[in-house]
Design a protein around this ligand. Structure first.
Ligand code: ASP
Length: 325
C-alpha cells in the first residue's frame, strides 16, 4: 500500500517551543524543532510542510484562522494530499479547530494537535501527538467526520472538545460526549461518529463579538457599554439552564432593539441552554425578548459561530436559524 500524503501546517504553540533551562521560561526558539523532526514522520506518511506563522496560541485571531482555511482549501485543490494536520498552541486550539470545522469545504481528514510540554522537557508529548495526528489524518475512516482534535491517544470532534486542565497532558476532553475514537500502537479506532455537520460560508472576520460570563449579582453596565463601544454581537455564558440576573434585562433589551444579537450559552460545561424558567431574567422571558439560545456550544465556540454568521447576515431571525441547526 502506498504511503499517505499528509500536509502538515505548523502554526506555533508549546509543541514547537523549548524550555530555557536557566530561567524555566517556555518560548519559541530560533528554529521550530518540529521542522527538524519531520524526517521521523516520513516513515508513517509522505509529509509536506508549511509554516504560515509561528505564534503562541493566545496570539492567534480569527484572521489567522481564515488564513488557515484558505491555505488548506488552496492546497487540497492544487496538490494531491490525503489529509491535513495542523500543529497549534493548546490555549486556543479548540477555537481554531471549530472555526475550520464550520467553514472548511473539504471532506479530507483535517486533524489539529498540540502539546502540553515543550520539545526539550522530560515527557515531551509533542512529537508523539504529531505522529498520532498524522496517522489519524491518513486513515480512511477519519473522512467526513469534520475537523478532529488528536492528543494523548484520543480523537475528539472539534465541536465538543475543550481544554479542561491548565497543565495535564490529558487536558482535551469532550464533556458530556467523550472522545469519538482512540489511537493505539497498531490501530486507529473510531467508536462514535458525529451525527450531523454544519457548514457556514465566511466572507470576512471583521465583526466585533464579545463574550461575557454571567454571575450572581451581575448588573447591566458591561452589556450597556457594548452598545456604546459598537460591538456587533454578544455571547453570554448564562446561569444554569439559560437564565440571567434581572438587573441585566434592560441592557439585553436595549442591545436587541439596536439589532445587536444576544446569544446565550450556559456557563455549565454539560447540558444545553434552553428557555425553561418563566421568572424575570429566566430563559422563557429572555427568549420572548429575542435572545438566541445556542445548541450546547461553549462560549468561545458560540462566539466564533456568531462572528461567522454576522459576516453574511445581520438579520436576527436568520442568525437564530443558524444557531438552531
Ligand atoms: N500557551 C501555549 C499556547 O497555547 C500553550 C500550549 O501550546 O500548550 O501557545
Amino acid at each position: 500500500m502506498s504511503k499517505k500524503r499528509i500536509f502538515v501546517i505548523h502554526t506555533g504553540g508549546t509543541i514547537s517551543m523549548m524550555e530555557d533551562k536557566e530561567s524555566g521560561a517556555v518560548k519559541p526558539g530560533e528554529q521550530n524543532p518540529l521542522l527538524v523532526s519531520t524526517s521521523l514522520l516520513n516513515e508513517a506518511a509522505t509529509i509536506t510542510t508549511a509554516e504560515p506563522f509561528h505564534l503562541p496560541s493566545p496570539h492567534i485571531t480569527p484572521k489567522e484562522m481564515l488564513e488557515l482555511k484558505k491555505l488548506i482549501e488552496d492546497t487540497c485543490q492544487t496538490t494531491a494530499v490525503d489529509g491535513v494536520v495542523i500543529t497549534h498552541g493548546t490555549d486556543t486550539l479548540e477555537e481554531t479547530a471549530y472555526f475550520l470545522d464550520l467553514t472548511l469545504s473539504t471532506d479530507l481528514p483535517v486533524v489539529v494537535t498540540g502539546a502540553m510540554r515543550s520539545s526539550n522537557e522530560i515527557g515531551a508529548d509533542g512529537l508523539y501527538n504529531l505522529l498520532s495526528a498524522v496517522r489519524v489524518a491518513g486513515c480512511e475512516e477519519a473522512k467526513g467526520k469534520g475537523v478532529l482534535v488528536v492528543l494523548n491517544d484520543e480523537i475528539h470532534s472539534a465541536e465538543n472538545v475543550t481544554k479542561t486542565h491548565t497543565s495535564n497532558v490529558s487536558t482535551f476532553q469532550s464533556p458530556q460526549y467523550g472522545p469519538i475514537g482512540i489511537v493505539t500502537k497498531r490501530e486507529i479506532i473510531f467508536h462514535h461518529a458525529p451525527t450531523d455537520h454544519q457548514h457556514l460560508e465566511v466572507a470576512d472576520v471583521h465583526k466585533r463579538v464579545a463574550l461575557i460570563k454571567a454571575y450572581a449579582g451581575m448588573d447591566s453596565y458591561l452589556l450597556t457599554a457594548l452598545k456604546d463601544l459598537h460591538y456587533d454581537g454578544v455571547v453570554i455564558e448564562a446561569l444554569g439552564q439559560g437564565n440571567l440576573p434581572p438587573a441585566t434585562v434592560p441592557a439585553v433589551q436595549a442591545l436587541l432593539h439596536q439589532n445587536i444579537p444576544v446569544v446565550l450559552v450556559s456557563r455549565c460545561f454539560n447540558g444545553i441552554a434552553q428557555d425553561v424558567y418563566g421568572y424575570e431574567g429566566g430563559g422563557k422571558h429572555l427568549k420572548e425578548l429575542g435572545v438566541i439560545f445556542s445548541n450546547g456550544l461553549n462560549g468561545q465556540k458560540a462566539r466564533l459561530k456568531l462572528l461567522i454568521a454576522l459576516s453574511s447576515t445581520s438579520d436576527l431571525q436568520q442568525i437564530e436559524q443558524i444557531f438552531e441547526q
